[in-house]
Design a protein around this ligand. Structure first.
Ligand code: AMP
Ligand code: MG
Length: 464
């Protein structure tokens, strides 16, 4: 058994942003699933269930709960923090730190009256979603393991099996961490730490740091949009500085294309609807800019001018990343000025049709493609324009850019229901298939199909 060693760089560097803490004791920790590839890469394959539940502290580790603030649905909470999470420490490999953290490991000073626990369903859901995002090539925190605790947690519907998610991350720095530091302490120390860890070429250049975070987030949100991912709770405490997707609560993948689609039951105003995500990106980045404004320039009006300039560029960066992805999805050869209009006309045409299969079938299975459209009168005019932009490489480009498999909501629900009944088969199958979402997997074709009509509109709940 190899010795597991975790560092505590974050805790040492920013003591005002952490509270030393430990996981609660649970009666029967068991590793239900482990992501072997990730565990091997990080040297964590031999971690015990007790360690992964936060009950036993590995050699040299100083686990902490992290504090942060955040705008939740637009309203500011000055003190959120790890209410049910714990940063065990970091794995240091080749000079790069990877956080190892727990979610569901018990109460902390930031629990605000809640129980600090997590139920098996949401933990499995995050494990599945994070792996699906990895398969799609989208930056994300990693899902390392699911540990069942052997105890029940109480939710509205009564007792549910308890579990802990072991999560890895480039870091857990959030926009909300900066908001907290700006309001309570030393935002420069935090910015210096974030720069050293994620943007080392920006040492001392806070405007450059902000521009880099903005660029990475713009690319991330563009990737979400291209696969139809709806995060569902894009609060500033759920937006990372590293550019990884974090906190899979009420997220879901869109089936029928509808810009206004919302899945989360608590998002009654549709603030975080599919089509609003690029706008929220800008809103959240503006909150980051406010938090570091004094670092950008000691003269406030100068600082505002610089930050505003960068923020104004974000929409264009997002648009460029999105259009580049759309060109790949449509198989376009090179770049032409009419491409944006071509893409936008396509989107208008497929409204109401399955997002994923519309792209996958275009040019490959035109009967299938047509059969899903709500209206196809536009197609006659559009197809020749599209065909004029194709070349020999188009089919391959489209194949590589358009997944066949996404975590379809009815399949996710089916997998979680089976897991609750003790059958992990459907969950494992779905997780497996989603590792290679761009490959035809004929034996799993059923997992590529949209939900049957009787599945109805999908509602998700916050994973607490
Ligand atoms: P999230 O929706 O996971 O981003 O969580 C938002 C905030 O609520 C974070 O500060 C969490 O730590 C906290 N939180 C969520 N669920 C729980 C829970 N069961 N116990 C304690 N804190 C929680
Ligand atoms: Mg969160």
């Amino acid at each position: 058994m190899t010795q597991i060693r975790l560092t505590h760089h974050y805790a040492d560097a920013l003591p005002d942003l952490v509270t030393p803490w430990q996981g609660a004791n649970v009666p029967g920790p068991k590793i239900l699933r482990m992501n072997r590839a990730l565990a091997d890469r990080l040297g964590l394959a031999d971690a015990s269930p007790q360690m992964l539940a936060g009950m036993e502290v590995p050699e040299g580790a100083h686990p902490v709960a992290q504090v942060y603030a955040g705008h939740q649905f637009g309203g500011y909470s000055p003190r959120l923090g790890d209410g049910r999470a714990l940063l065990l420490g970091e794995v240091a490999r080749d000079g790069v730190l990877t956080d190892v953290a727990l979610k569901g490991s018990g109460r902390t000073p930031y629990s605000r009256g809640a129980d600090g626990k997590a139920a098996l369903g949401p933990v499995l859901r995050e494990y599945l979603m994070a792996q699906a995002m990895t398969g799609l090539g989208i930056p994300t925190t990693g899902a390392l393991a699911v540990v069942t605790t052997g105890e029940s947690v109480w939710r509205e519907d009564g007792p549910l099996p308890g579990a802990i998610l072991v999560r890895t991350a480039a870091s857990h720095l959030r926009v909300g961490t900066f908001q907290y530091a700006a309001a309570n302490g030393d935002v420069q120390a935090l910015a210096d730490y974030a720069i050293a860890r994620h943007y080392p070429h920006r040492a001392g250049d806070y405007a450059g740091f902000f521009a880099d975070v903005a660029a990475r987030q713009a690319e991330l949100i563009a990737k979400w949009m291209l696969v139809g991912f709806v995060h569902g709770v894009m609060n500033t405490d759920n937006m990372t500085i590293s550019g990884e997707t974090i906190d899979y609560g009420p997220c879901a993948f869109m089936e029928a294309y509808a810009p206004g689609v919302v899945f989360s039951s608590i998002d009654r105003q549709g603030r975080y609807a599919y089509g609003h995500q690029p706008m929220i990106l800008g809103w959240n980045l503006a909150r980051l800019a406010e938090a570091i404004l004094p670092l950008i320039d000691t003269d406030e009006s100068q600082a505002i001018a610089r930050a505003t300039g960068i923020l104004e560029g974000v929409a264009a960066q997002y648009q460029a990343a999105w259009l580049s992805g759309m060109r790949a999805k449509l198989g376009l050869a090179g770049e032409e000025t009419g491409d944006l209009a071509l893409a936008e006309d396509f989107l208008r045409g497929i409204e109401g049709a399955d997002w994923t299969l519309s792209f996958r079938d275009l040019g490959r299975d035109m009967d299938g493609f047509r059969s899903r459209l709500m209206a196809d009168g536009w197609l006659e005019g559009w197809l020749p324009r599209w065909q004029a932009r194709q070349d020999d490489g188009s089919a391959n480009r489209m194949r590589a850019a358009n997944p066949l498999f996404i975590p379809r909501n009815h399949r996710v629900e089916e997998a979680l229901a089976a897991a609750h009944a003790g059958d992990m088969g459907p969950f494992d199958r779905l997780t497996q298939v989603l590792q290679r979402p761009f490959d035809d997997q004929p034996e799993h074709e059923a997992l590529a199909q949209p939900a049957p009509a009787d599945f109805g509109p999908y509602r998700t709940f916050c994973g607490t």
